[in-house]
Design a protein. Sequence first.
Lengths: 111, 116
Amino acid sequence: GQQLNQSPQSMFIQEGEDVSMNCTSSSIFNTWLWYKQEPGEGPVLLIALYKAGELTSNGRLTAQFGITRKDSFLNISASIPSDVGIYFCAGQLGGSEKLVFGKGTKLTVNP
Amino acid sequence: EPEVTQTPSHQVTQMGQEVILRCVPISNHLYFYWYRQILGQKVEFLVSFYNNEISEKSEIFDDQFSVERPDGSNFTLKIRSTKLEDSAMYFCASRGMTRTSTDTQYFGPGTRLTVL
């Protein structure tokens, strides 16, 4: 089945630092999504990307849909303590309803 | 802001028992989904549902699982005879129809299922 390789697995940073995480796949996806999950909660949509090369921002978050359609990155600028959580990438193949999730990047921000 | 809701938040059951997990999708959405997340692992797709029928399912979604939209608002996942390995968080999701900013899947808070 389709696999998404998400890295890094975890990050420990100081408040104010910028963060970058990415996902790669051997499959071509039509849609890339980035979700954040906090303990005991469901994934919350951060950014949705629909076109190869698309660069989209949501506040301090920026994500890009790779030109090959096989990868995406998420950047968080000037991190704050409430950014802690697990960030998941998810891809959707053409003609399929299912989202394929990465294994997540656990972010810890030290004040 | 409209959101997906799920009940119960936590369900404990004995192995072999039937469970029904309930979801109320966002009201104008037409596509509905169930996913599960075993503790510490990634979120996995189970099934998608549109126009009162299953549109896609994964290999996890075997004969022990079924879904139903019994009325205009609820969407349920039934596990007929639970196994220990069914213990997981189960997430319901829904999406609209048109390819706009709303055409993405929005997740509920999840039901934690514990099978003893």
